[in-house]
Structure formats: structure tokens, C-alpha cells
Write a protein that binds this ligand. Structure first.
Ligand code: NAP
Length: 280
């Protein structure tokens, strides 16, 4: 039997879509999450970054891994690097890591895992998506405040972001995991255009028919609001990312999705019509 792809974060936004794409293309998938939640067509496996007794089982019969870092951990390398060394020893030859456009190789948090990856695996890729379009449709704080209060709160000002569809991230992940050659580089992924949060609010209003506004907060206002929900350090980090957006850090688009998948990335309008438009 052919080896399987281990997909971590298989119940999440990119892992779920990546597992579905791999299965649709006929690959075997071990779908890892903390409760071994069922994923149709996949072999569910219990996996917790913080419980290394789950790591050996997860790796049985796998030769490739999709890596979603432990969410919100300021030092994911501490748990990821021992796992990756174990994976290599167990026969894994290709690793595709989910990072972020805002985090360069050697940068904080997952940037440290990015730096180590090429030394651990001959076949590798690091996906560095911009902000997800699904932040406005799923269970993310923006999606909730859109639904509950008709507003998006950021410290991003009029800064623009190359928002990307998680489906496009998954399509690139599937290519990177199963293509004849691994990319062997990092891939900055964006959608087709850079939009401000004012633009997003206008589009959500148009597509859903529900008035939505973008409320401009300052860095401190955003940090304090997030700190009510998240650890203070993480709240400051996220507010800082918004401030970087205000300063133009995410105002770019790349041709990576088209180059890797052969088709253009989806627009925010397409994603909103698919995932947020009123039924009927
Ligand atoms: N949202 C954005 O705009 C954006 C932009 C760029 C990059 N990113 C990056 O995307 C990553 C999140 O990826 P995502 O959106 O695909 O995931 P997600 O939807 O946030 O889901 C997280 C996944 O990880 C699993 N998980 C949580 N804690 C775990 C643990 N201790 N051990 C093992 N698995 C665990 C969860 O499964 P269970 O709870 O079932 O275990 C779930 O499947 C973050 O690293 C973030 O930096 C996000």
C-alpha cells in the first residue's frame, strides 16, 4: 500500500481543505487532531503537539507531512523540532509547513521552524499566506463581529492586504506535498488584489445585504480589546501585525497561486458569495 500524507490541523481551516484535496486526488491521508475527529475518507489519528506520546502513532505509514503549528504558541519550535527529527527518522521525506507572509525565515515563532526545515528534509516548502479571506466567513473574531455587530475592528487603518482564500492555500499545499518535485523554497501566497478593511466592509455589505462598517482603532485600543480574549503577549503581537498592515507591510500580490496550481487565485467576492451570502 502507498504511504499516507499526515495532515496536522486536519479539523482546521487549511488542514481540512488540504486533506479533502489530497483525498479527492486519490492519496491516503492520516487526519491528525487532538480528538482524532473523523474526516470523511481519511484515517483519523490522535495528535497533540504537547503530548509526545501521540507522535509515534501519527507517523506510522507516512512519508509526507503538512504542518500546522500549535496555534498561538510564541515558541512552536520547542515542540515541532523534536517531532520533525522523529518524523525524519521514521521515514518522512517531505514536509510542508504553514507559516505566514508576516513571518520571514528565522523570524519569531514559526520563523525558527522555517529556518530549520531545509536541514531536516531534502524535500520541503514553507507556505507564507497573507491574511485569510475566511477570517470574514468562519469562526474568526472578524466574522463574529460582522455577524453580531455589523462591524470589523482593526488597527490596520487604510492599509491594504492581499487576502487569500484558504482553498487556494490548500491547493498549493496539495501540489507542494504530492508534486514530482517539492518547491524547496518559501511561497508567499496572496489573492488577486490588495484590499483595505474599508473595501472588505463594503464588499461584505454588498454580498450579504447586511450593513457592515470598518471601525478604525489605534494600536492600543486594538491590543486592549484583544487582551480581553487572548494572552496579553499574543494580543500585543496581533495588534502589532495590524499596525504593520497600516504601514503597508501586506500591500502586495504575488503570482504564486497561479504559478503552482495553474489557475488564478479566487477573489474575496467569490469567497463571500460561496461562504457568506444569504441562502437562496
Ligand atoms: N488567519 C489568518 O489570516 C492567517 C494568516 C496567515 C497565517 N495564518 C496561520 O495559520 C495557522 C492556523 O492554521 P489554520 O487556520 O489552518 O488552523 P485553525 O483553523 O486555526 O485550526 C487549528 C488546527 O490545529 C489543531 N490543533 C489545535 N491545537 C492543537 C494541538 N495542541 N496539537 C495538535 N493540533 C492542534 C486544531 O484541531 P483540534 O482542535 O481538533 O485538535 C485545528 O485542526 C496559524 O499558525 C496562523 O499563524 C493565519
Amino acid at each position: 500500500m502507498s504511504a499516507a500524507v499526515l495532515v496536522t490541523g486536519a479539523t482546521g481551516t487549511t488542514g481540512g481543505r488540504t486533506a479533502a484535496r489530497l483525498l479527492a486526488a486519490g492519496h491516503r491521508v492520516r487526519a491528525a487532531s487532538r480528538r482524532a475527529a473523523p474526516v470523511p475518507g481519511a484515517d483519523p489519528v490522535r495528535f497533540d503537539w504537547y503530548d509526545d506520546t501521540t507522535h509515534g502513532d501519527a507517523l506510522v505509514g507516512t512519508d509526507r507531512v503538512y504542518l500546522v503549528p500549535p496555534v498561538g504558541d510564541p515558541d512552536p519550535a520547542a515542540v515541532m523540532l523534536p517531532f520533525l527529527r522523529r518524523a525524519r527518522a521514521a521515514g518522512v521525506r517531505r514536509a510542508v509547513l504553514l507559516s505566514a507572509s508576516a513571518v520571514p525565515e528565522g523570524g519569531p515563532a514559526v520563523g525558527q521552524v522555517h529556518r530549520a526545515l531545509p536541514e531536516l528534509f531534502e524535500e520541503w516548502a514553507v507556505l507564507r499566506p497573507s491574511w485569510f479571506m475566511q477570517n470574514f466567513t468562519g469562526d474568526h473574531a472578524h466574522a463574529r463581529s460582522i455577524r453580531e455587530d455589523g462591524e470589523i475592528l482593526t488597527a490596520a487603518g487604510t492599509g491594504r492586504v492581499g487576502f487569500v482564500d484558504a482553498d487556494d492555500i490548500a491547493a498549493v499545499a496539495a501540489h507542494a506535498l504530492t508534486g514530482d518535485r517539492a518547491p524547496g523554497t518559501d511561497l508567499v501566497l496572496t489573492g488577486p488584489e490588495a484590499l483595505s478593511y474599508d473595501d472588505v466592509a463594503a464588499l461584505v455589505t454588498e454580498v450579504t445585504g447586511r450593513p457592515v462598517v470598518h471601525r478604525h482603532l489605534g494600536y492600543q485600543g486594538m491590543r486592549d480589546r484583544l487582551a480581553a480574549l487572548l494572552p496579553a503577549e499574543f494580543a500585543a503581537l496581533l495588534a502589532g501585525l495590524d499596525r504593520a498592515v497600516a504601514e503597508g507591510a501586506e500591500d502586495r500580490t504575488t503570482d504564486t497561486v497561479r504559478r503552482i496550481t495553474g489557475r488564478p487565485p479566487n477573489s474575496l467576492r467569490t469567497v463571500l458569495e460561496r461562504e457568506a451570502a444569504p441562502a437562496g
